[in-house]
Design a protein around this ligand. Structure first.
Ligand code: NAD
Ligand code: UDP
Ligand code: UDP
Length: 341
């Protein structure tokens, strides 16, 4: 216990990261739902450092307090433990609506809950925005394109989603979330932004979330076999989290109201990806194949013309450069878990 208390005291003595001073004219009150999660907490860091007033709402299903602990107690920061499926009454200027599990094992854990979060939760955020006149940014996903027949995917593509498959709770949930956004925009004059986020990685990803980046890196670091699902010819395109955060803020600040893809167009097969990770980590892992995943999208790569044209945004961090930072994070996490084991 003494050791634990010492760790706790050291942590709370840490100074806050530098925060810019903003006067009342420029300071915004911003709500981040899902702000204790992977992407949300990086967004919170950037908005806090810029000097805004930030409220995080999270039910800690997949997020953890530790992701935002650096801000707890800061005058500009508030953390509310609440489920977004329940109504929420706060006064804000902007809402980044990120609350939703994102990794397939997490969103399949309770499909009905995933649908409720993405439908009722989104209605609540749009209702809140309508009442207070706030702008809302919805975190949508490349999964709205399903297993795409158009490659790369532009925002004009309507998608190819199996409505009753295992991924449907998430894919269709996000599609309804988009539909709701444009219904509120049209009928209630709510100002909406829709980001279609492609696969993202970086520090604070969950070590056991079952996604390919975390699985492969942890397997390589432990010298365990790297598990490729199916033949490994399916492709993905990975962006680093800081690029995504820049894109989300650029979208919120822009006047562009149609959906915008945010992702890195560098595309690799999962087999190539296994080799890249193995090359960066080193070690003795072999690559093994196991059964294919049902409804697994076979190709995915964003067409980012819209983001480049309307937001002047494009990813800055290269694949290997980003992966090195993510690998370092997982190394530290593994060391921590070995210490506490
Ligand atoms: P994450 O699981 O780390 O974060 C999601 C956060 O939402 C967690 O803190 C979780 O506790 C919270 N949450 C979930 N359900 C909630 C509820 N009912 N009420 C309140 N809080 C709830 O996932 P992430 O990777 O940070 O994803 C953030 C958003 O971005 C999600 O909406 C996700 O769909 C979207 N997205 C992410 C990716 C990616 O590659 N990471 C890709 C596409 C879209
Ligand atoms: N809502 C909320 N916070 C608010 C305003 C509304 O959570 O500040 C919820 C409200 O409970 C409702 C949903 O948002 O369930 C949709 O609100 P809207 O005003 O569009 O619909 P109505 O209340 O008319 O059904
Ligand atoms: N994948 C894999 N091995 C793993 C985890 C995932 O081969 O250990 C594959 C998965 O089948 C998919 C791709 O990697 O084709 C990306 O999976 P992930 O769950 O990370 O995200 P998705 O893009 O499918 O939501």
């Amino acid at each position: 216990l003494e050791n634990k208390m010492q760790g706790f005291e050291e942590r709370i003595k840490k100074p806050y990261p530098n925060v810019k001073y903003l006067n009342y004219r420029t300071k915004k009150r911003i709500l981040v739902t899902g702000g204790a999660g992977f992407v949300g907490s990086h967004l919170v860091d950037k908005l806090m450092k810029a000097g805004h007033d930030i409220t995080v709402v999270d039910n800690f299903f997949t997020g953890v307090k530790a992701n935002v602990e650096q801000w707890i107690g800061h005058a500009n920061f508030e953390l509310i433990h609440q489920d977004i499926v329940n109504p929420l009454f706060v006064e804000v200027d902007e809402i980044y609506h990120l609350a939703s599990p994102a990794s397939p094992p997490h969103y399949m854990f309770n499909p009905v809950k995933t649908i409720k979060t993405n439908t009722i939760g989104t209605i609540n955020m749009l209702g809140l925005a309508k009442r207070v006149g706030a702008k809302v940014l919805i975190a949508s996903t490349s999964e709205v394109y399903g297993d795409p027949e158009v490659h790369p995917q532009p925002e004009t593509y309507w998608g190819h989603v199996n409505p009753i498959g295992p991924r449907a709770c998430y894919d269709e949930g996000k599609r309804v979330s988009e539909t709701l956004s444009y219904a509120y925009a049209k009928h209630e004059k709510v100002s909406v932004r829709v980001a279609r986020i492609f696969n993202t990685h970086g520090p604070r990803m969950h070590m056991n979330d079952g996604r390919v980046v975390s699985n492969f890196i942890v397997q390589a670091l432990r010298n365990e076999p790297i598990t490729v699902y199916g033949r490994g010819n399916q492709t993905r395109s990975f962006q680093y989290v800081s690029d995504l955060v820049d894109g989300l803020i650029a979208l919120m600040d822009s006047n562009y109201t149609q959906p915008v893809n945010l992702g890195n167009p560098t595309e690799h097969t999962i087999n190539e990806f296994a080799a890249i990770i193995k090359g960066l980590v080193g070690g003795k892992s072999t690559v093994i194949t196991s059964s294919a995943v049902e409804d697994d999208p076979q190709r995915r790569k964003p067409d980012i013309t819209r983001a480049m044209t309307y937001l002047n945004w494009k990813p800055k961090v290269g694949l290997k450069e980003g992966l090195k930072m993510t690998i370092n994070y997982f190394k530290q996490e593994l060391r921590k878990s070995q210490k506490t084991a």
